[in-house]
Unconditional design. Structure first.
Lengths: 447, 303
């Protein structure tokens, strides 16, 4: 039952948000990089085949790699110039991936796809999905799941609500906030296409109530549409988790192992919605994305529009370089982002932020024994028992891990955040999830 | 740009500023009013008992950690918590050497043999107290007040059917163990811990409500039963020992209710006037099974 004006979920944590460094900085274009590195795997799904080779001249917006598989999103050149290599490079997700390297040269005017420029209601859901796939759009909040796959509603299911996730609950990050302020109409336009694609009757935009200006901007952008509602959600981590947002806005529980579409919902991030609008109105492939670069270790924190494939070192330079000695460079926010070893890794479709913490800020943690204080139990928004899962993962008790619903963990890190013994709870839970997944795979392979 | 030596750890990269030591020392601080009251009511002898208990617990902890080749973690404050909690269960006339033995048993048999902090199934202070109850039954039940031998309110009730006035129970103007004098000061310390989030209210709520309702149903004076003896101290400080109590919300209720039932059974029908210690120790045994059967239903899980 939703009676409160501010929608919320139970449990969760309240980390310091530190958004003041960049929340009032407009999105700026970064200087054109000399070289970009476009990883071919920028989505969850099948790997892509490159359609260009070394020495090829490419234009901005030209297709670089695609796949015949449905669950894949093509990549495009974000810089005009010469392909200098198609080789493996370090991936921001860890490991190495095949990538196309391009050295800048020639006219940078982008090549846009031909689009009919039709209004949402003039297009069929299939036409919208086609255009979204062609533009290579994936979830831009971090998970990088191909958007057209999310929009393909399976036989027998129907979607009643299309939710746009404007919670931005990760501390430090402000890019979604800026998108909503500066490109609110594009977000709403994207939402209308997304609703058409899924045949959802109702559009919902959820925004944490620490961003009253974004709430106002989107309310006014959506004012003319009766079927779009903009709602404030409580400022609490992880409000932007898909399952938390659905719980808060609609009080529906996504079943264990299920997807939002099992409860009639599809959720997309605000940046994704804006990209969908750009692809359908302008024929623009996903080749640039806005992101936040911030943290105590950055001289001029801000929000930048960055060509995909730009090495993060270039973005750091554009933000005035490091302030003091950098200790950690994190892609994403501090709660779920990944710490990087190299500044050569490129910005990819899911890079919502670059966070630099100084060496002085870093603390050495030496885990103490668990004292069963249950703070992790009280924090877990998925109602799991993290302390128990940690022990079971260490003991490789796979049956028990499954009994304790380890696969339902969304890895938000709230448990590790609150642990007074500074135990790396979510780390071991990830290990446990991987072990359970590996066993399932080998059982399927063996039978 | 050359990449400097960057630190790579898995997320989250933020942590709340809190620690086991902070929790333990806050518990210790919250008990200061009770300890001061004990020395006011029972004289400096109370302070001597507390000091001997803390020092013996700490020394035992130190020796065991060294012998087990573990890092010496006395600064985490957990041995001091046990020292204070053990002292508060002692009658004021107890010989100091008995306190020292109880402390060694509490830390050695109650905690270190199980692997130290976080691994002990029973509350260590109560193990120490239970040992003394068995080994020195006369010494542990000799109550003095103003230098005279006196009966505790629960003894008076059991033997003479006499009810001590509520106000005396509340402010602590009564014979008893060091910590079971003033209900008011116990509540004050507990309020601090609840405010800091270091004390789970479900356990004392379940335990006190159960004792109140059951004694009332049985035709006894429920207010007397709440205020007398070590019920309040036990409910707020021993039954909420994090290490030895359930971690699930429903489990905590169950633990509190179960402990309350045992208290009433022992007080009304048992051979002892007081049953808080045994009720908590008995419930400690049930923690693994309580945790297992009260696992919360995960979001989206269908029963």
């Amino acid at each position: 039952m939703i009676l409160l004006s501010v929608a919320t979920f139970k449990k969760g944590v309240h980390p310091p948000y530190n958004k003041q460094y960049s929340s009032n900085k407009e999105i700026q274009q970064i200087p054109q990089p000399d070289e970009i590195i476009i990883p071919l795997q920028q989505h969850i799904g099948a790997s892509l085949e490159p359609v260009v080779k070394r020495k090829d001249q490419v234009r901005r917006g030209q297709l670089l790699a695609d796949s015949d598989s449905f669950v894949a999103a093509p990549v495009h050149a974000s810089l005009a110039g010469e392909v200098t290599a198609v080789e493996k490079v370090p991936s921001p997700q860890g490991g190495r991936v095949l990538a196309v390297k391009i050295k800048a040269g020639g006219d940078q005017q982008e090549e846009l796809a031909e689009v009919p420029g039709k209004e949402p209601e003039e297009l069929s859901p299939e036409e919208i999905r086609q255009a979204v796939r062609q533009a290579g759009i994936t979830g831009m909040g971090g998970a990088m799941f191909p958007t057209h796959v999310k929009l393909a509603v399976p036989e027998g299911k129907s979607i009643d609500h299309l939710i746009i996730n404007g919670a931005e609950c990760e501390p430090y990050l402000t890019v979604d906030h800026r998108i909503m302020l500066e490109r609110g109409e594009q977000v709403v336009d994207g939402l209308l296409y997304l609703m058409r694609a899924t045949e959802a009757e109702q559009g919902l935009i959820g925004i944490e109530d620490n961003k009253p200006d974004a709430l106002k901007a989107l309310k006014s952008a959506a004012a003319e549409f009766d079927n779009i509602e903009v709602r404030a959600t409580e400022t609490k981590y992880p409000q932007g988790g898909e399952k938390m947002l659905i719980k808060a806005l609609l009080d529906r529980d996504v079943p264990v192992g299920g997807l939002p579409l099992d409860v009639g919902v599809v959720v997309n991030n605000v940046a994704t919605a804006a990209a969908v609008s750009a692809s359908l109105r302008e024929g623009r492939p996903l080749i640039d994305r806005p992101l936040t670069i911030t943290g105590e270790g950055i001289n001029n924190p801000g929000n930048f529009e960055v060509p995909l494939g730009t090495p993060i070192a270039e973005v750091i330079k554009a933000a005035g370089g490091f302030a003091g000695e950098p200790g950690k460079v994190i892609l994403g926010g501090p709660m779920m982002g990944q710490a990087q070893t190299s500044l050569d890794v490129p910005v990819v479709k899911g890079t919502s932020g670059i966070l630099v913490l100084t060496r002085n800020q870093l603390e050495e943690y030496s885990p103490a024994p668990c004292i069963n204080c249950a703070r992790c139990v009280d924090a877990c928004p998925m109602y799991l028992v993290p302390a128990r899962l940690e022990k079971l993962a260490q003991q490789e008790e796979l049956d028990k891990l499954e009994e304790y619903q380890v696969m339902n963990c969304i890895e938000c890190g709230s448990c590790s955040y609150v642990c007074p013994a500074q135990r790396p709870l979510v780390h071991y839970i990830r290990v446990g999830k991987a072990a359970v997944t590996a066993r399932k795979k080998s059982e399927q392979g063996g039978s | 740009m050359q990449s400097q030596e960057l630190v790579v750890t898995s997320s989250p990269h933020l942590r709340e500023e809190t620690s086991v030591a902070e929790i333990m020392w806050t518990v210790n601080i919250s008990l200061v009013p009770v300890m001061l009251a004990a020395s006011y009511v029972f004289g400096l002898r109370a302070l001597a008992i507390i000091a001997v208990s803390i020092i013996s617990c700490s020394l035992t902890e130190y020796i065991f950690l060294r012998a087990r080749n573990k890092e010496v973690t006395l600064t985490d404050g957990s041995a001091v918590v046990t020292g204070i909690l053990l002292a508060l269960t002692m009658p004021p006339a107890i010989p100091l050497w008995v306190v020292a033995i109880a402390a060694v048993v509490a830390i050695a048999l109650g905690k270190q043999v199980f692997g130290g902090l976080g691994n002990n199934p029973f509350n260590p202070a109560l193990i120490g107290r239970a040992f003394v109850t068995a080994a020195y039954p006369v010494l542990i039940t000799t109550w003095t007040f103003d230098g005279q031998t006196a009966a505790t309110p629960l003894n008076l009730k059991m033997m003479e059917g006499e009810i001590t006035p509520y106000w005396d129970l509340f402010i602590g103007n009564i014979p008893g163990s060091l910590g079971e004098t003033s209900a008011f000061l116990i509540l004050l310390g507990a309020a601090l811990l609840i405010y800091k989030g270091y004390l789970n209210w479900r356990i004392p709520a379940g335990m006190l409500t159960t004792v109140f309702l059951l004694t009332w149903l049985m035709g006894h004076d429920p207010v007397f039963h709440l205020l007398a003896g070590s019920l309040l101290l036990g409910a707020f400080y021993y039954a909420t020992d994090m290490v030895t109590t359930p971690i699930t919300p429903r489990g905590r209720w169950l633990f509190g209710v179960g402990a309350g039932v045992f208290v009433v059974i022992i007080r009304l029908w048992g051979g002892y006037p007081e049953g808080v210690m045994y009720s908590i120790l008995l419930m400690n045994m049930t923690v693994p099974i309580i945790n297992r059967f009260t696992r919360p239903r995960s979001l989206g899980e269908v029963n």
